[in-house]
Each structure stands twice: as structure tokens, then as C-alpha cells.
Design a binder for this molecule. Sequence first.
Ligand code: AHM
Ligand code: MG
Length: 353
Amino acid sequence: MDHNKLALPVGTTLDRFIMRKQEDFPYATGELSQLLRDIALAAKIVNREINRSGLIDIAGAYGSQNVQGEDQQKLDVIANIRFIRALRNGGEVCTIISEEDDEMIQTGNNQGKYVVAIDPLDGSSNIDVNVSIGTIFSIYRRVSPTGREGTAADCLQPGTHQVAAGYVIYGSSTMLVYTTGNGVNGFTYEHSLGEFFLSHPDIITPKTGAIYSINEGSSDSFSPGVAAFVQHCKDQQFSARYIGSLVADFHRNLLKGGIYVYPATAKNKSGKLRLMYECNPLAFIVEQAGGKSSNGTRRTMEIEPQIPHERCPFFIGSKELVEKAESFIANDKEACDHTPAPEPTPKKAVAAK
Ligand code: AHM
Ligand code: MG
């Protein structure tokens, strides 16, 4: 009997799960497995820091700003340091893109086969009010030869090239959810044992749902298509649920069914969320769970990234709801395309002015 092919039971430790999954691939070198374990270790450390943040003076603004000009919280900085240190020490990663760093980070591991894009602590405005926050990560195989530093081409690959992606939610319990392209599995952290245990095997997201998550404070600047979709959600008497922490909003909708939307707005003309370390990893997970992710007109994972901190509009969740949103946007576009051009002002009228 091939034990590796059997589904692993709830309660399997993350380490054991990763090891057993690796055995399904006879030529696997174990480097990706080690990299996933490095991320899990850093997540445990960050989890500890988050749990202590109300007790010691590490919550609150740090006084500096990150590349997008947003206030950095102390825990952002700490989480960034922890994850980068774990990835550097692990040795499998040559280059990192982090939300908190303007430039690509070279780890010095030029033999490393992998590139990581990471948001070390997302939802940072929620840190000091005890609301769920998260880490989001994406792993690519480098395309340039090993033996030298990773390049922009290694870092700027479309989401379809991801070899693994995941997130950690630091909430009422701490969970790590990840995919290597063969389904999605969720692990819950047991504090006293210091281990993640398989709690949500083979996550499948509902085909549809009755939750919509969008910051309606910006509704004045939604495009007509987005506004019509939001009205549709209301007409259907969907529940509005918006935490303002992407990981938490996404995780709830993944399990219960629903849609998360961050569209283009007057303030964020290309949307707010970043393609490489917020949208693509969650897109990979949602697709593996049977859901869908789009920028409104195009599959998120097919967007060719141009810059590390690129932003894009984001529609993610249950397949039917994302398709519904896309259809409202397409109708809006069609209406614009067919709107007759304004009549030219008669020359006489111009002359009369
Ligand atoms: P951050 O990376 O600075 O934490 O910003 C990303 C967060 C997401 O977690 C969340 O979904 C979104 O920003 C909320 O934005 P807004 O407050 O504009 O609704
Ligand atoms: Mg973020």
C-alpha cells in the first residue's frame, strides 16, 4: 500500500504534512519543503510578538513610512525582520520582494533556487485595536541561472508561475493556509505545543455565497459597473462584512462563500492592493479551492507584472460572484463603448459666443 497517496488525517503536524507531500515527488530535493518550514517558523515568532504587543510597547506607529508612503507600525517592522531573517538563514531563497522594502532584497544565497514575495504583516492599521491581521506570501522558482543574485525577471513573474503560496491569519486562533498547486490545506496553531496541526484539509470554497466585502466609504468614486454590482449584492440581501484586514476578509469568505472587492477609486486609481504579495498568492489559493480572482476584466494570475509594488483592482472569492461582478463591469464598458460621441458644437454657436 502506498501510504503517501492516502489523505493525511486531521491533527497531522505541518512538518509531517510537508514531508509526506514531498515524498509524492520522487525527484524533489526538499528545498521547497524547507522553505515552507522556514516561513512557518517565522510565523510562530511573529505570532508570539503579536500576542505580546498589548503588553509591551511595540504596537503603534514606528515613525517611518514604507514605500507606499503609509505609516509603518512597529510590528510591521518586526515581522519584516523576522521573515527576512528566516528566509536568509534558510538558504533556499536568493531574492525577496517585501511590502516594507522599496528595493528587491538580495539574501546573499546566490545558489537559492527560489524567489519570495511577501507582505509580512498585512492589515497593519488593525494591529493596535486587537483585530485579526495576517502574513501573505508567494513563492516562485527563479528563471535566471543560480550562482548569482536574483534579477528583476526572477521577481516579476506572473502569478501562474507560482510554485506555492499561503497566508497566516493571526486571529481568534492562528492559522497557516497554503497551496503548492495541489489543493489547499489549513493548519491551526496550538500555542502550548508550538505546532501547527492540520485542521482544514482540502479546502473547497462554496461556488457562490451571500457575503460581499468592500469599503463602501469610497462608493462615490466606484465605476458604474462596480456600483451596479454592489447594488446587486444589496438587492439580493447579502450580508456586508468588511474587517479591513485582507487576510481576515478573504479567509472568512473562502470558508463561507462570498466576494472581496477592492476596486479602483478616486484615491487609489489602480486599486490599493499589491499584485505580487497580496493579490497573486490569494488568487492561487482561491483557484485551488475552486474560486476565482480577477481585476474585473482579467484573471489576476495572468497579469504580467511591471514593477515589484504594482497595484491592481481585486475581485476575489466564490466563482459565481466574481463572474457576476465581471459581467456588471463588462456591461458598463459596453455601455461606454456604445455611448454616442457628443454632437460637435455648431460653428455658428461657437462664433456667437
Ligand atoms: P496594508 O498592506 O497597509 O495593511 O493595507 C492593505 C489593507 C488590506 O489588508 C485591507 O483589505 C485594505 O488595506 C483595507 O483598505 P481600506 O482601509 O482602504 O479599506
Ligand atoms: Mg499589505
